[in-house]
Design a protein around this ligand. Sequence first.
Ligand code: FE2
Length: 437
Amino acid sequence: MNSRQISAPEHISNQPETVWTLQLPKIRFGRGSTEELAHQLQGLGVAAPARGLLVTDSEIVSHGHSNQIKKVLEEAGFSTKTYDDVRREPSVTSIEDCLNHINEVAGEDGFDFYIGLGGGSCMDTAKAVRTIKANDGTVTDYISEPTGRGQDLKKSGAPLILMPTTAGTGSEISPVAIIDVPEKNTKEAIASQHVRADAAVLDPVYSVTLPSKETALIGMDALGQAIEGYITHSFDSLLRARTPTNRPVYAGRTPVTEMYSERAIELLYQNIRRATHNGDDIHARSDMLLGALFGGIAALTAGSNLCHAMSYPVANKWHTYHGETIAVLTPASTFEYNKGSNPARFETIAELFGVDTTGLSPHEAAEAAKQQFIQLQRDLDVVPSGLHELTGATEAHVSDLAERCITQQRRLLRCNPRSVSEDAIADVYRDALRNWE
Ligand SMILES: [Fe+2]
């Protein structure tokens, strides 16, 4: 029996929390919002002829999205350079490459503004580079402990606007950049209010070019995260930080979480089939983007928990795609392991999924929610039936994955609504090997 557990950090008091906070960038949503980009920049105090860097990847460039943005900005007197070498799942090295590019092209002062255009990888890269550029030090200095040195960022840097092209998990509004640290076999975060963008511009037109498989898997990630936030601890059931600056980025669910996560679950569940099977359906795309934004707002303090914590050791070992990893782990972790922590909450999830819960006990309704979620995955046609189909993982890999999870993912595991041990995590990995036959 392995008894390794999660303990509270020193900066947490023994008094219950009584305060919650909400910080958002300026948000502009809807078809045509790109055309208002110059106005958005001016609202951030950036005046023409300022020079900006568009941080994106080659696929986004190939769809013409970056050229459209450059044109809008140039017509308003701004100039932009494009960095299109963002790698999927950004790493310490890929962030440093982008920082070196900024130093070469723009020198010590950097650019006057930054725009991150694309999925989570592009937005996280943009968030990391503009903030690290403004602070002394290396990427590793600011990655959370114990993987990095966990130093505090002192300032945000030049204004940053994020423009998501996928309906993902709200990187455009979150204070976190996820970074791969391959030499330590883990993914970690730079988490600070200084990392958050100043503005987010969400134009659903850009998400129409997202391929069907990615639409389904990124949507699974967004839906999984919305549910993780909805079931996590309430902020006032946690212990209060000794000072406001010590309050963790993920500090439990708040009344804001309740409202936004329920609507996010509905919007994502109701539109993911249409957006996946008919990518040109702009209404489904727009509602997916809105659902992902609402899920992101809900997750701002609620964060994510067991499922995401378990995903990183898998991604590190097999280099799996994030959305796909979350998809195969969600039934066993978010639903099966956690549903007993608060069955009434899972009953509401079942209702949001359209299940008639009349006559069902909360436990039966929670099981119905899990089955409905698995049926959704099957209907999407592209979600693997479990961790085994995705990676080839077997019973032999379970204990190693559980050990990595509990030693490297304390930040997320602390947020799980049901306490976890290494043995419990191993059981969940075992359960996730096959979600259906
Ligand atoms: Fe995620």
